[in-house]
Design a protein around this ligand. Structure first.
Ligand SMILES: CC(C)(COP(=O)(O)OP(=O)(O)OC[C@H]1O[C@@H](n2cnc3c(N)ncnc32)[C@H](O)[C@@H]1OP(=O)(O)O)[C@@H](O)C(=O)NCCC(=O)NCCS
Length: 156
């Protein structure tokens, strides 16, 4: 699967999506230390071992390069960056029953703006699945000849 490129410098510094999600009872925030084992296990349970491993990496960064969506004290979604490789966004996922409410978009934007604040000029969306989602939300464009990218020699 190819990678996509996002021009962080073109993204508006607008965190309004936090209030939009809050109005739906959803909190978008960074996980804290005691939640690490819970989130790593949650990603493994609902998505995959590989994504769980990448989430563990994002939660080992200081500060953590990861956001969660929480509703009624339950995790309903997550998004990471600087997990697969530096400058890369992903993995991300929202529980199927919670999709279509702007949570995936909010998690993606939180990571993009966090990266921008850190000083990145561009973000790479690694191993893209829903390309239209990334194109629509952050104007991502395909990077030519980017398969298999950093996964070229991975052992799995
Ligand atoms: C991709 C994913 C995170 C989107 O989460 P979500 O909470 O349903 O997305 P949102 O509700 O925030 O959608 C934001 C916008 O993107 C659109 N969108 C969402 N998923 C899309 C998709 N797969 N393809 C095209 N557009 C999509 C929505 O229609 C919405 O458009 P609108 O603002 O005009 O209403 C979710 O579908 C998911 O977890 N998928 C499985 C895991 C996955 O594929 N992760 C990405 C790996 S690269």
């Amino acid at each position: 699967m190819p990678d996509m490129l996002v021009k962080l410098y073109n993204l508006a510094d607008d965190w309004g999506f936090l209030a939009e999600q809050a109005a739906k009872g959803i909190v978008i925030r960074k996980p804290i230390g005691p939640e690490k084992h819970l989130l790593v296990a949650w990603v493994k349970q609902h998505f995959s071992d590989v994504w769980s491993s990448e989430t563990d990496q994002a939660l080992s960064n200081h500060p953590v390069s990861c956001f969660v969506a929480v509703q009624n004290q339950q995790i309903i979604g997550f998004a990471c960056y600087d997990a697969t490789a530096l400058g890369f966004f992903g993995p991300t996922g929202v529980l199927e029953e919670n999709r279509g409410r702007g949570t995936g978009k909010a998690l993606l934007l939180a990571c993009m703006l966090d990266m921008k604040l850190k000083g990145y000029g561009y973000a790479i969306i690694g191993w893209v699945g829903p390309a239209m989602f990334y194109e629509k939300v952050v104007g991502a464009v395909m990077i030519p000849d980017s398969t298999p990218s950093v996964w070229k020699t991975w052992v799995h």
